[in-house]
Design a protein around this ligand. Structure first.
Ligand SMILES: [Fe+2]
Ligand SMILES: [Fe+2]
Length: 184
């Protein structure tokens, strides 16, 4: 009897059960994704504008999703644990504005490099200094671990849903296109 290789493929491609992690772990890992994109962008030279643009698009989408999961799930749940939430919200607005400036910039220009430098510093200041060095250790000290793991599950699930949503992808594509259309 002939084998049915497609069955084996299906088994191999079945999603692994979600590993449980604390909310702060999930967010730090997503920061790493953002940092990786930023690094690749900074390493991509001006004569590769298509690749620069594709990476800027990816950074735009990932940061948008990162802000959504923090603002809709993490920050509201941690409001009673840390006083840093209000400042974090306003830093998100600044990051979004800076990312819009980067997406608007022509990747063949010096302006793109300038906006990228500002974006890099703003992201490090918020994600690394304010969240990873201050807010997250404080949360880990005061919040119950089981609560943080449950919150981690919710963050992972929400991120997975955003990533796989065709509607979200379409909205993000439209937002980027509008930003570029209004570029000066
Ligand atoms: Fe944040
Ligand atoms: Fe974050």
């Amino acid at each position: 009897m002939r084998r049915r290789p497609q069955v084996l493929t299906e088994v191999r491609e079945a999603p692994a059960p979600q590993e449980r992690k604390t909310a702060t772990r999930v967010l730090v890992e997503h920061h790493e994704v953002l940092r990786g994109l930023m690094r690749r962008l900074m390493e991509t030279p001006r004569p590769e504008p298509g690749r620069r643009r594709a990476l800027a698009d990816e950074l735009f989408d990932e940061l948008w999703m990162h802000e959504r999961i923090e603002e809709e799930v993490f920050y509201p749940a941690m409001r009673d644990v840390t006083p840093g939430i209000a400042a974090a919200w306003s830093e998100h607005r600044q990051l979004s504005d800076q990312l819009a400036a980067l997406v608007r910039a022509d990747p063949r220009t010096e302006r793109f490099d300038r906006e990228l430098g500002v974006m890099h510093d703003a992201l490090e200041s918020h994600a690394h200094l304010d969240e990873e060095r201050q807010m997250f250790p404080e949360i880990e000290r005061f919040a119950d671990e089981e609560r943080l793991i449950e919150l981690g599950d919710r963050l992972q699930a929400r991120l997975g849903r955003l990533r796989s949503s065709r509607r979200v992808r379409a909205v993000l594509r439209l937002q980027r296109a509008l930003l570029r259309r209004t570029a000066r």
